[in-house]
Design a protein around this ligand. Sequence first.
Ligand code: SF4
Length: 232
Amino acid sequence: MARAALLEQAGATDVGEHLGHVVEDDRVVTHQFRCTRRGYRGWHWSVTVARASRQKQPTVDEVVLVPGGEAIVAPAWVPWKERIKPGDLSPGDLLPIADDDPRVVPTYLAGDADSRELAREVGLGRPRSLSIEGRNQVASRWYAGPGGPEAPVAKSAPATCSSCAFLVALSGPLAELFGVCANAQANADGRVVSVDHGCGAHSEAQLTRKQLPQALPDPVLDTITRDDLETF
Ligand code: SF4
């Protein structure tokens, strides 16, 4: 009966063998059939039949095509806001944050009681600032990123950014751990680096004797003239 109901919906060429059945509930069973339709490898037809209590004849509840374990299916949908990555914004694009974004708080909630009160009354500064959660998120991201101590360039650096003349200090709560690299020759020029990051363009980097360019031999002066050549 399940196969007959399925053949009414899908052509006979799209229906393969019976794969098995699952008992869903009392008097409710789902039968599965292989789908042989082109492009649907790994999918199967699922036909659910049920018999109401005190009835002799079952009826068909639904006929659907469902993906099996080996089916090729689209990846799970992700909201566009979560899909945006750094570099995706084009000029003119707007990306407003949600009112309840945990990364920011109204400025009058940050700082000590006096400064909060002053900011609230006078309306100084920005309406919102980084929250503690926002700070933690950015600190973790920067520290684990290419400007952190685990970056390959930092692992083989002669010294850390904390002793480099090109490290420009930040102000505010992230200043203890991060600064901005201001060395035009460094990969990190203009980017945030942690104080324990480092690179070969460190202001105090010195070449070892082995790394110094080899001294050139004394020049040889060619004194042979045209006449000398003819004599030979
Ligand atoms: S030049 Fe290198 S060591 Fe100096 S601040 Fe920039 S990244 Fe750090």
